[in-house]
Ligand binder design. Structure first.
Ligand code: 8YV
Length: 323
């Protein structure tokens, strides 16, 4: 039997590409540059499966006007807001993602941003590398304590819960969360977490606000001029979710007016564009979408895509099918 043909829109870790090549007839995007819409249309017309990632905007017009050969879009990543799922289904394709395998990795990065921004780590590093460190003195780069503070988590899914666990058990933080529904009683007991039905209540009480909700029409600009104004002036905003959840212009304004103390960001509204105003601020830590960027996780994400493809081409339900 001939192997199914699959196309990866970007390069993946070598061990995963090797495993894929053992199983499938694989086309690689050798340049590793984001593919154009014309290239995507061609890919859907000529391959049994297309495996995109966050840099591929897949909408109805990404599919060929004529016959679509592809029957599955196996996304490399958990977030799938870059894919029009309804259009994919209409064009006869299933869509899968890679949950679980990047949960801790992303929560670790959120912790990293929280610690960095609170302890002014970016500022200190910039100062030292610029040979501007004159030596120790009692009031040098005094930051804010993290241990024992209150962390408000917006979106208490897998990643939100992982961050809550690290922050509560590791840093003695008080956990508040805003979610569509409260956690199961035993998890909420384990985390000593308070459910805030109203986002405003969480924003008014938290010293750190961490975003872990998916990008969806309901969460678009959830953090905006009004909600930023509800945060405490000493509070920090951490975003490892998606840029669209924050109105970036309003955030710049709130930071400039000192309505909040700072921000730690891994995602942006118009990646890879990052507002110059943010880059100019010392109280902001900016990372280039590194949430899942460990070797272990990027390999595990690839293996998870393989699990989905293998199940699909065996005629079974892929484990991570998005319905
Ligand atoms: C991925 C992410 O690197 O999986 C996600 O949702 O945000 C990132 O960790 C990216 O999406 C790959 O497509």
């Amino acid at each position: 039997m001939s192997k199914a043909s699959i196309l990866l829109t970007r390069r993946w870790p070598a061990s995963v590409e090797k495993r894929l090549q053992d199983l499938f007839d694989v086309s690689l995007n050798v340049s590793d540059k984001p593919m154009s819409q014309a290239q995507l249309r061609e890919a859907f017309a000529t391959h049994d499966a297309v495996c995109p990632s966050v840099t591929d905007k897949i909408a109805a017009n990404s599919f060929p006007a004529g016959a679509v050969k592809a029957r599955i879009i196996a996304n490399y990543g958990v977030g799938f807001n870059h894919i029009d799922i309804e259009a994919a289904h209409k064009a006869g394709m299933q869509v899968t993602n890679t949950p679980d395998v990047l949960t801790d990795c992303t929560a670790d990065l959120a912790m990293c941003l929280m610690l960095m921004v609170a302890r002014r780590a970016g500022e200190g590093e910039r100062q030292l590398r610029a040979n501007q460190w004159s030596g120790w003195f009692p009031t040098h780069l005094m930051g804010t304590a993290v241990t024992g503070k209150t962390l408000g988590i917006v979106g208490m899914g897998r990643i939100g819960q992982a961050m809550a666990r690290k922050a509560h058990h590791g840093f003695g933080m008080k956990i508040l969360y805003h979610n569509r529904r409260p956690l199961a009683a035993e998890i909420s007991r384990e985390l000593a977490a308070d459910f805030c039905g109203e986002l405003g209540e969480l924003l008014a009480r938290a010293d750190f606000v961490a975003l872990h909700c998916p990008a969806a029409p309901e969460t678009w600009h959830l953090i905006n001029r009004d909600t930023l104004a509800q945060m405490q002036p000493h509070a920090f905003l951490i975003n490892t979710a998606r840029g669209d959840v924050v109105d970036e212009e309003a955030l710049v304004d709130a930071l400039e007016k000192r309505l909040i103390a700072g921000a730690g960001l891994d995602v942006y509204e118009h990646e890879p564009q990052v507002p110059e105003a943010l880059k100019a601020m010392e109280n902001v830590v900016l990372l280039p979408h590194l949430g899942s960027a460990t070797e272990e996780t990027r390999i595990a994400m690839g293996m998870r895509v393989i699990d989905n493809l293998e199940a699909f081409f065996r005629g079974e339900e892929p484990p991570d099918r998005i319905v």
